[in-house]
Ligand binder design. Structure first.
Ligand SMILES: [Zn+2]
Length: 250
């Protein structure tokens, strides 16, 4: 067992269970009922043991994302105009506070060997997960946002002290652009970025961050120009998810 020096030990908060795979075949109506009737996270999201006892297996994270519809499979037209058989919207899992807390703990556990003074996330996508990572390590969680000129900036009276050790947290990395901007802002303010974390890395190995980077799930998501899309060639019609899934085409 370990803790982060401040806050409760994770083992105590989420005791290890052997019932990891008991809820693998849950249907959507049952999920809805479960959310409405119990605040308890499914066993598939509980820690799986191992050296630290708090980390989550990528397949467990993926399963939950699929169960709540945060990862969907089909034939989609992204806002970029590209077509893809897979669609990701992390807000659909983070809207459930119990899941958000568990995922925050799991991401924090990836950095259990790193001293962190505070968490900084790019708004809007990184705010909830960053907050939950901050909760897990018992440190404050700030966010940067775009100012009137479109530049990422620390606002709202947030402060980073010179030399503070900062963990940057985002929901999805596609190119890692928002995380890179956040790192720049923190460093300009004198902070020291000690790592970057995300729920999903879908960069396909193209991520180039100047700090240690850890994602709970790495997922290569293919996308195609419509005229070479395999599903279009097979006669399928792509669904446009719309503004409800604004980050899908990033
Ligand atoms: Zn297509």
């Amino acid at each position: 067992m370990f803790d982060y020096g401040i806050g409760r030990p994770l083992c105590q908060a989420f005791p290890v269970t052997n019932a990891v795979d008991q809820q693998c075949t849950i249907t959507q109506p049952n999920i809805r009922q479960r959310f409405l009737t119990t605040p308890r996270a499914p066993d598939s999201l509980r820690p799986t043991g191992g050296p630290s006892g708090k980390r989550m297996r990528p397949e467990d994270v993926t399963r939950v994302l699929e169960e709540v519809g945060a990862i969907r499979h089909g034939h989609f037209e992204l806002s970029s105009g590209l077509h893809s058989p897979t669609y990701v919207q992390c807000a659909l899992v983070l809207q459930h506070p119990t899941y958000a807390e568990q995922l925050g703990h799991a991401l924090a556990a990836e950095f259990h060997d790193t001293v962190v003074d505070c968490v900084v996330s790019p708004a809007l996508g990184g705010v909830i997960l960053g907050h939950e990572v901050g909760r897990a390590i018992g440190m404050r969680a700030l966010f940067v946002e775009r100012d009137a000129s479109g530049q990422m900036a620390l606002r709202r009276g947030f402060e980073i002290k010179p030399g503070e050790r900062v963990l940057v947290v985002e929901d999805v990395w596609t190119t890692g652009g928002s995380t890179s901007e956040t790192i720049r802002v923190v460093e300009q303010l004198g902070g020291r970025v000690v790592g970057a974390g995300a729920l999903i890395d879908r960069s396909g190995g193209r991520l180039e961050l100047p700090v240690r980077a850890e994602a709970l799930v790495e997922q290569k998501i293919p996308s195609f120009e419509p005229d070479v899309c395999p599903q279009c060639r097979a006669g399928g019609v792509a669904i446009k998810p719309g503004s409800r899934f604004a980050r899908a085409g990033v």
